[in-house]
Design a protein around this ligand. Structure first.
Ligand SMILES: C[S@@+](CC[C@H](N)C(=O)[O-])C[C@H]1O[C@@H](n2cnc3c(N)ncnc32)[C@H](O)[C@@H]1O
Length: 282
């Protein structure tokens, strides 16, 4: 047995630990981790145990559920287990639809768009770039727009707020958009880019847990993007989340979901107009 094996055997997750953690995560964050995901959970928490100087998952559970642990550990736990995969211009047909159908049909002079489950910011900044470019191309100077970007992961929200991305991450941004909306770090050896201040000012990042009873959002939205997050929730919860999001969407407003998500068979005020694109009805 090597020292590495010894350490692993010390931190093996038991059925009881796995059930306690998965139940807690589902009840509080809505994310359903099936038993098959135990290895993933274990992998993501290993490092945390080391940081805390804890050797078993039982001790970790005891700490998490203690008064002390409950103060800040849920946030850390969520940051560790959330899957933040995202991209600039991900599922680009949605941004093309925004540019070609939604923006030309706007009747009002102000526009609110919500990127719900915005992860590290690539989605809301893609929306901002799409709207800003549309306004320039069409010589429109009097449309005010704001983008609300919410997520449960505070580490993802911080990254979005910082708006600094590597060259690899900005690859999907078209060259003319890069020139206009991204600034390269002055250090010639750096591969980092930052979203320009004008675009950063258009996006407000805020914490929001889909499991909250109601969403504390004042604005009425014309468009909601809720993509690639609903897949983690069970059908009942998904339906509740979509209804809570729709409470903040105007009648006739648009709702986008990810390519592998369906809102089929749900009691929601949305009508499918194209695959993954819905419009709100009364
Ligand atoms: C895979 S990312 C999707 C990002 C982006 N919408 C996209 O399509 O590229 C899923 C996001 O959902 C967020 N999320 C998971 N559970 C959540 C919850 N209960 N409330 C709010 N956001 C949640 C995660 O933190 C993560 O950033």
């Amino acid at each position: 047995m090597t020292p590495g094996d010894f350490q692993l055997s010390l931190t093996k997750m038991t059925d009881e630990d796995s059930n306690r953690l998965r139940n807690y995560i589902q009840t509080n964050f809505g994310i359903r981790l099936k038993e098959e995901k135990r290895a993933l959970l274990e992998g993501r928490l290993h490092k945390r145990l080391r940081v805390l100087g804890i050797r078993t998952f039982k001790e970790y559970c005891d700490f998490l559920f203690s008064d002390e642990g409950m103060k800040s550990e849920p946030e850390t736990l969520m940051n560790l287990i959330s899957t933040n995969k995202t991209d600039f211009f991900r599922e680009n047909h949605h941004f093309e639809y925004l540019r070609d159908h939604i923006l030309p049909e706007l009747s009002m002079r102000s526009l609110n768009i919500w990127s719900a489950a915005c992860s590290t910011g690539e989605e809301p900044y893609t929306i901002a770039m799409t709207v800003e470019n549309y306004l320039t191309v069409n010589n429109i100077g009097d449309l005010h727009y704001n983008i609300l970007a919410t997520d449960i992961s505070t580490s993802a929200l911080n990254a979005g707020f910082r708006a600094v991305y590597t060259e690899k991450v900005i690859e999907p941004v078209p060259p003319e958009f890069r020139l206009r909306f991204l600034m390269k770090n002055k250090d010639p050896n750096s591969d980092l880019y930052r979203v320009v201040p004008e675009m950063r000012a258009k996006v407000a990042f805020r914490y929001l847990n889909f499991m909250d009873h109601r969403y504390d959002v004042k604005e009425k939205m014309q468009v909601v993007f809720c993509r690639n997050a609903l897949i983690y929730f069970d059908a009942d919860e998904k339906e509740k989340i979509v209804n809570k999001l729709c409470d903040h969407l105007i009648t006739g407003g648009y709702f986008f979901v990810g390519h592998s998500e369906s809102l089929f068979n749900m009691k929601i005020p949305l009508r499918l107009i194209k695959p993954t694109i819905y419009v709100k009805e009364n």
